[in-house]
Design a protein around this ligand. Structure first.
Ligand SMILES: [Mg+2]
Length: 353
């Protein structure tokens, strides 16, 4: 729970900062939260299986120095919610830890917590605890999210079977296209809205929004309980995340590259291997049930291929991707990827050329 007793050497401003953060992030009351932030620990009363995930964002590694602080806060919560969505879970609560350099400006802390609070409010989950400390390095924002699913109904990566169809939600390549646009943008913006105003074109603005404030597919994940045989969220690029699912299930796949739902401003490399789409990639045997789930939650899905006995992934119709390094894609244990020449997934720290 957010430390309210100042540690040795902590200034009173840091002491009140913790209290302010706790207030900003407490969220709405919920019957599952018996005791929220403010005691030694939170007390939760979840119904069903508890699903837990964690993600940490480090300045200079997971977000750039120009990133608006409300976007960093929003994303820190959203990436965890995307993992809950991939498990078919209902969000319950989250915990956060924040390591800030000495002298980190108070308005930035407020923007960071506003971004977290707005993402939490959007999806109905409060922050039930956290910790605040100091660092001599970059800013570190860690979030652990908890969710629930009815007993035994969590979606996993390991249930795909030969003959199942493969679907992906929404569009691919928007967030990495947005990252490219933002990297070329001169001048820093203080917040998400101000940043979006710099992009007049609808497609570009959408791509920038996908990068700054991704939408976790929670409703779709829930709708896919009992329908999807395997599911993963697309955080490192479709090809790479599909390999994780295929390896976990012990199967292969054929994917029709021309069927992938590309964002209008994305280039082919971003569609297959751009990071941070946070769409759901899933397999299922019953196509009609997938259509019903998609309609029920209003999230479009596209059938992009089929699970095979494998092993290996065939990317059918892949055109060459000039300028991309070969062999950088982390396919895990995937024994064979055909058509993957020049393809790579999202890497946090690309090796120097
Ligand atoms: Mg994931």
């Amino acid at each position: 729970v957010l430390t309210v007793v100042p540690p040795e050497g902590t200034t009173s401003s840091e002491f009140t900062r913790a209290a302010r953060l706790r207030e900003a992030l407490k969220g709405a009351p919920s019957p599952s939260i018996v005791l929220g932030n403010g005691d030694d620990a939170a007390v939760l009363r979840p119904g069903g299986d508890v699903v837990v995930t964690t993600d940490v964002l480090v300045e200079g590694v997971d977000f750039a120095a120009w990133a608006p602080w409300d976007a960093v806060g929003h994303k820190a919560v959203a990436v965890n919610l995307s993992d809950l969505a991939a498990m078919g879970a209902e969000p319950l609560a989250y915990l956060m830890s924040l390591c800030l350099p000495r002298g980190f400006p108070e308005p930035h802390v407020e923007a960071l917590s506003a971004g977290m609070a707005s993402c939490g409010a959007l999806h109905g989950l409060p922050c039930v605890g956290g910790d605040l400390s100091r660092t001599s390095g970059p800013v570190v924002v860690g979030v652990t999210a908890l969710g629930t699913v009815p007993p035994g109904l969590a979606l996993t990566r390991s249930g795909a079977r030969p003959g199942d169809g493969i679907w992906v939600s929404g569009v691919l390549g928007a967030a990495s296209t947005g990252l490219g646009l933002l990297s070329q943008q001169a001048g820093l913006s203080r917040n998400i809205l101000e940043t979006l105003e710099k992009f007049a074109s609808g497609a570009h603005r959408e791509a920038v929004r996908a990068q700054l404030a991704p939408t976790p597919r929670l409703a779709l994940g829930r709708a896919l309980r009992g329908v999807a045989s395997g599911c993963v969220d697309v955080s490192d690029g479709l090809a790479q995340d599909l390999c994780h699912l295929l390896v976990a299930s012990g199967v292969g796949a054929r994917v029709e590259v021309a069927r992938l739902p590309a964002h209008p401003s994305a280039d082919p490399a971003h569609v297959l291997s751009g990071g941070e789409d946070f769409e759901l990639l899933f397999t299922a045997s019953d196509a009609a049930a997938v259509e019903r789930a998609s309609r029920a939650c209003g999230v479009p899905v596209t059938r992009v291929g089929q699970v095979t006995a494998g092993p290996g992934l065939d990317l059918v119709g892949l055109v060459s991707l000039p300028g991309e390094d070969v062999g950088r894609l982390d396919m895990g244990e995937m024994p064979r990827v055909s058509g993957a020449q020049g393809l790579r997934g999202y890497v946090h720290f690309p090796a120097a050329p």
